[in-house]
Design a protein around this ligand. Sequence first.
Ligand code: 13P
Ligand code: SF4
Length: 311
Amino acid sequence: MKISEIQEKILKLKKELDFCILVHAYQTHDIVEIADFVGDSFGLAQKAAACPNKNIMMCGVRFMAETVKILSPEKRVFLPEPDAGCPMAEQLGYEELKKLREECPDHTVVCYINTTAKLKTLCDVCVTSSSAIKVIEGIENDKILFIPDCNLGDYTAKRLPQKSFRFINGGCPIHLRITAEDVALAKEKHPNALVALHPECRPNVTALADYVGSTTGIMDFARKSDAKEFIIGTESAIVSHLAIECPEKRFYPLHKELICKNMKLTTISSVYNTLLSTGGLAAPYGEEILIDDDTRTKAKRCIDEMLRLGG
Ligand code: 13P
Ligand code: SF4
């Protein structure tokens, strides 16, 4: 079957089965085209809380699907590829965080949304790359324990000098591939290009950027800018989406290996197969996300707090 035929079938099935398809911006363009909403982690969390459909499919990674279930427990939430996890979300163990909390009881524990539901039960406030500064600025306590991404943490801390931060040594293996030398080389090759990258990059890399922001933020920056060339420091999908959306502009990846294998596990076929399976039209496919009530209620507190402070 051609991709366009699969897409047509998906659009029909999602209506019949009352599905809302949420898609993270790192997914491929054929998935973006069948989405009800495409966005960054903050936008996806907001949509998850407001989505009117009975069923939600999250095309992204596991922590994103868990966030949807936490916010919409009455809905059935599906992750098309059960192995699509975010390695950063698993970097800190539950017992380790419990110990850390005990070591600094006067700190507010802030977690990046890229964490498991279980870990979120131990946290006070959650943030995303686009909401971190606003949310942490709104926290009354000046002492912050930020987990797990020390790079997003550092980027945020530099913009909130009134607060004191403690970090752990976590981070995204994909964005950590980018070095300051890569930025220098790319600028030399494309002297007129602006550099836009994600705050999961190392501090000496973000220091060299013209724009730092979430996946959606980077795309908005490139769409609205008068510049004609951009060096993009985040997952390769953003370069592809921008090249399709803005054919009059040029986009260059900052590094040739910026592919998140976990994000790329989901394909247009996995979306189709998950719909067929949910409708009882084919063999089981995908995973329905189930979270016990205790974990869900405890994890929800920090996500609610993010949505309240993040506006
Ligand atoms: P965004 O919230 O910017 O979409 O980031 C999610 C992510 O996993 C980045 O690697
Ligand atoms: Fe996780 Fe990095 Fe992949 Fe984002 S790009 S989902 S942070 S591994």
